[in-house]
Design a protein around this ligand. Structure first.
Ligand code: AMP
Ligand code: GLY
Length: 423
């Protein structure tokens, strides 16, 4: 079958790398893709939110399955766009309905969903400019640190964690009254601070049954020792050592099952990935967020550990055979280290020549922000390349990822040398 992947990061390169290996994959397209996806498929210059152009392309090229990488088109309703179109409705689109995407698109929707279905999460209340005074009172009743979350999508910047009560009140006002994050912060969720180690679990579901993918942990801060600004993610490891079989069984019982059953009870169509961000509070997993897609760079460690044919699994989602299919996982550990442009996540320079990739033998090179320009490979984003390696354990895999990181050069290259330091 012909497949189209939407997106252009390391996540999409990892998906493309995996799907290209499937014996059922005929032509593989990536929109818009990057220099890495161009090595395993054909890039097409269409924006992920340009649904009309996507439709035209899908019909012209006989695409039978569309895999959506980022959250934006999902929150914008690409699933419903396909489902409600006579010509597109028989094409498989892997991703939730617009309503399902609200699990990521609205923090308040996600919190209400979790409380409705008894899924462990932090206590919270939501506020707008109309009940700001109640928001102040709520903050006074909580203890520091204070967690403030813009309800809508804010490019990963919408969560503030503050130690000072007055500062928390000022920020609440800035968010709801002065539109600090635009429309996204017209509603703010204030929640109890959860103290513990974070990890992520991922599931793939057809809306009825689900499969649990390998767990992973990403490193979000730019600086070593988890300091400095938040980024999209500077590296990841899989599996997470403390998330053993018993722990994952607890997560399945208390979180995964009620989530999938909750979607069904609420009549929310969901065919795709769910990324569940957890905090382990003294052995009790609690949900801090849902994402309606895979994580980046988590995908770069989770997908390579899947031994089964991913396209075959995705095909099963629409033809009713998903629950019968096996998901086999490689027992080895996988790690990825992200090379970024100096300055990221703030302003950084682009178009730097990248060299040394041909010398990488011990890692898989996933491109994140790269492009070919005048027959030269150049940087085109803050996150540039993810280097994924396998090992008998995390340390062994990391040694390979770090050695590969040294071999690649571009002006302003930076990476964290302490991924996995806390394990
Ligand atoms: P989110 O966008 O909801 O994942 O939040 C971004 C980050 O803020 C998370 O990855 C956590 O590190 C942190 N965070 C979010 N909610 C809480 C909470 N209730 N308690 C402690 N940390 C939190
Ligand atoms: N790495 C975090 C995310 O994809 O949201």
């Amino acid at each position: 079958m012909n497949v189209l992947i939407l997106g252009s990061g390391g996540r999409e390169h990892a998906f493309a790398w995996k799907i290209a290996k499937s014996s059922s994959c005929n032509q593989l397209f990536i929109a818009p893709g990057n220099a890495g996806t161009a090595e395993v498929g054909t890039n097409i210059n269409i924006d992920v939110n340009d649904f009309e152009s996507i439709k035209e392309f899908v019909l012209t090229e006989n695409v039978e399955l569309v895999l959506v990488g980022p959250e934006d088109p999902l929150v914008n309703g690409i699933y419903n766009f396909f489902n409600e179109d006579k010509q597109l409705k028989d094409i498989s689109l892997i991703g939730p309905s617009k309503e399902g995407a609200q699990l990521e698109g609205s923090k308040q929707f996600a919190k209400e969903f979790m409380f409705r279905h008894n899924i462990p999460t932090a206590k919270y209340q939501a506020f707008t400019k109309d009940n700001l005074a109640e928001g102040y009172t709520f903050l006074e009743r909580l203890e520091a640190p204070y967690v403030l979350k813009a309800d809508g999508l804010a490019a990963g910047k919408g969560v503030l964690i503050l130690n000072d009560l007055q500062e928390a009140k000022d920020e609440l006002k800035a968010m709801v009254k002065d539109a600090k994050f635009g429309n996204a912060s017209s509603i703010v969720v204030i929640e109890e601070f959860l103290d513990g180690i974070e990890l992520s679990v991922f599931i793939l579901t057809d809306g009825n049954s689900y499969k649990i993918l390998p767990s992973a942990k990403d490193y979000k801060r730019i600086g070593e020792g988890n300091t400095g600004l938040n980024t999209g993610g500077m590296g990841a490891i899989s599996p997470v050592p403390f998330a053993d079989r018993f722990y994952i069984e607890k997560v399945e019982r208390e979180i995964i099952k009620p989530t999938v059953e909750g979607l069904k009870k609420d009549n929310i169509e969901y065919k795709g990935f769910i990324f569940i961000g957890l905090i382990n509070v003294k052995g009790q997993p609690k949900v801090i967020e849902y994402n309606v897609r895979m994580g980046d760079p988590e995908t770069e460690v989770v997908i390579p550990r899947i031994k089964s044919d991913l396209l075959n699994l995705l095909k099963g989602i629409d033809d009713g055979t998903f629950s019968e299919k096996d998901l086999n996982i490689n027992e080895q550990a996988a790690t990825t280290v992200m090379l970024v442009s100096r300055g990221y996540p703030q302003a950084y320079e682009k178009s730097k020549v990248i060299s040394g990739i041909e010398d990488i033998k011990e890692s898989i090179v996933f491109h994140a922000g790269t492009k070919n320009e005048n027959e030269q490979l150049r940087t085109s984003g803050g996150r540039v390349i993810a280097l994924t390696s396998f090992g008998e354990n995390i340390e062994e895999a990391l040694t390979k990822s770090f050695a590969s990181a040294e071999k690649i050069s571009f002006k302003g290259k930076y990476y964290r040398k302490d991924i996995g330091f806390d394990l």
